[in-house]
Design a protein around this ligand. Structure first.
Ligand code: F6P
Length: 497
């Protein structure tokens, strides 16, 4: 397969952000885009028309347009697992048969939600959603971001196998008014199955006569859920070709669809579909996920940046950085190309981030004055999420804008301890409002940007073999397998064995 040649990117002329702005009065217009209720501004990155041209050539060499079409056509682009990648079909953008299958699964989910709303499972006030990784991060983000005003149900998402997580989640929940959603693509994940067993025990201890009758299974392995004890009518399947970290659009999004309402869930799918269409149909040099990926790759491949950080200047998006960590690091944290050759260029940077303005008082010192260059991404929302005096939201956004400006401008000072070098890049995503449609578009943007990064890096974004060994060793440890001296000593100290 074609391997990326980074030399044209590495050889691009180096100019400071200040020079770039001085030299091009139309820079903001050239390096911004408006898609699906989101304004994107990359003008404070080091992208230039020349850089975009160099990356476009690279994208052509790496077959980006063909691979993009193959993704939407349902071809088996997850080559290591011999599978199609069909999360976009969940939102109506994919091969007709895959879209039809997804619609059928959604109809099934909707019917069950209607039944729950009609008290078919008894009165329901609380939902305990049990899952981990992609089976938790997406739904958790959706409910946390959009669920503040939806007071129909309390939703608790439990992922960690640490029993404290489950205990905390069910504290204050009435077992008689609780349903348990067990979310696992494989229906074999140790943490999820143990938490599910304990949730069943909690229901039984709380006087629920038929605990399994309160369980909904969200899975691509329906036969396993049925064998475990869930009645077939409460199993909500989705396709094997929907990857875990891309699965919130499928039945894995059940708690969001129930708590926010079906209309909101559909609007989220529509927002994502709008971003998909933009990605599919817009020329590369004006394409939001593509331009964002070009900026990502400029910093990793040309400037050697090892991390990239996203700061959400909105409390409702506080879970966005964790969600992005899995999306980006599990997708693109690879050391071989899609056909198995070792790469000698860096793949995914470390994704991290936090919430503004809190992060300004904790980690921004390093971002302004530290020795490491960290490309930042700011995400803000024009419409406030609160009803407090406008001063709050204004302060929030002013701070976000000021940070981007300060990172770029830097400050000269006689006293070197007080000087800032400046020339530090950031991109800004400004959402009109945080509603289901815009959030759907935002998350689809991140998915497609991750895909573009992978194509240009020559890797497969859709497998995750690197997580297997740790899982196998945990199982082996549980079965008395032998380990190195340090691990053996730690186990003896913990378990006395
Ligand atoms: O261990 C990683 C992983 O396989 C993720 O890719 C996935 O989202 C998570 O575990 C949970 O898997 P499952 O949905 O099969 O329980």
């Amino acid at each position: 397969m074609a391997l990326p040649d980074w030399s044209p990117i590495r050889n691009l002329p180096r100019q400071t952000l200040a020079q770039l702005f001085e030299g091009d009065s139309s820079r903001v217009a050239t390096l911004s885009a408006d898609v699906a209720g989101i304004h994107f501004d990359w003008s404070k990155t080091h992208l230039t028309p020349q850089a975009v041209q160099a990356f476009t050539t690279l994208a052509e060499q790496m077959g980006l347009a063909t691979k993009r079409d193959a993704l939407f056509a349902g071809e088996a682009i997850n080559v290591t697992e011999g599978r199609a990648v069909e999360h976009t079909a969940q939102r109506g953008e994919g091969a007709p048969e895959s879209v039809a299958l997804a619609k059928g699964f959604h109809a099934r989910m909707r019917a069950l939600i209607d039944a729950i709303e009609a008290d078919a499972l008894g009165p329901v006030r609380h939902i305990v959603h049990i899952g981990i990784g992609g089976s938790a991060l997406g739904p958790d983000l959706l409910v946390d971001a959009l669920g503040r005003e939806a007071d129909r149900y309390d939703v608790a998402v439990v992922s960690n196998v640490d029993g404290v997580a489950l205990e905390e989640a069910v504290k204050g929940f009435d077992p008689a008014a609780t349903i348990v959603a067990v979310a696992s693509k494989t229906f074999t994940t140790t943490e999820t199955m143990l938490n599910a067993e304990s949730a069943l025990a909690w229901l039984a201890e709380g006087g629920v006569e038929d605990p399994y009758g309160k369980v909904i299974a969200l899975t691509a392995a329906p036969e396993k859920a049925i064998a475990w004890g869930v009645d077939e009518t409460r199993v909500l399947p989705f396709s094997e070709s929907v990857g875990g970290r891309y699965s919130l659009w499928s039945s894995i999004g059940f708690p969001a669809a129930l708590a926010l309402g079906w209309t909101a869930f559909e609007e989220m799918l529509e927002g994502a579909a709008e971003m998909d269409r933009h990605f599919r149909l817009t020329p590369l040099a004006e394409n939001a996920p593509v331009l964002a990926a070009f900026a990502d790759l400029y910093y990793t491949q040309a400037l050697g940046c090892e991390t990239r950080a996203t700061f959400a200047y909105d409390e409702r998006l506080r879970l966005l950085p964790s969600y992005l960590q899995q999306l980006e690091m599990e997708s693109n944290g690879k050391r071989v190309t899609a056909d198995g050759q070792p790469v000698d260029w860096p793949t995914a940077p470390i994704t991290w981030g936090g919430v503004g303005t809190d992060a300004q008082h904790a980690v921004f010192q390093l971002l302004h004055q530290g020795t490491r260059l960290v490309p930042l991404e700011f995400v803000g929302v024009i419409e406030a999420g609160d009803v407090l005096p406008e001063a709050h939201h204004r302060q929030l956004l002013l701070n976000m804008f000021a940070q981007g400006a300060a990172l770029m401008a830097g400050r000269d000072a006689e006293d070197k301890a007080r000087a800032y070098p400046g020339n530090r890049p950031s991109s800004t995503l400004l959402l009109d409002d945080l509603d289901p449609r815009t959030l759907g578009a935002l998350l689809a943007f991140y998915e497609q940007r991750t895909f573009v990064n992978a194509v240009l890096l020559g890797i497969n974004a859709f497998d995750q073999f690197g997580v297997e060994l740790g899982k196998e060793m945990a199982k082996a440890a549980d079965q008395g397998g032998s380990f190195d001296a340090s691990t053996t000593d730690l186990m003896r100290r913990a378990f006395g064995e």
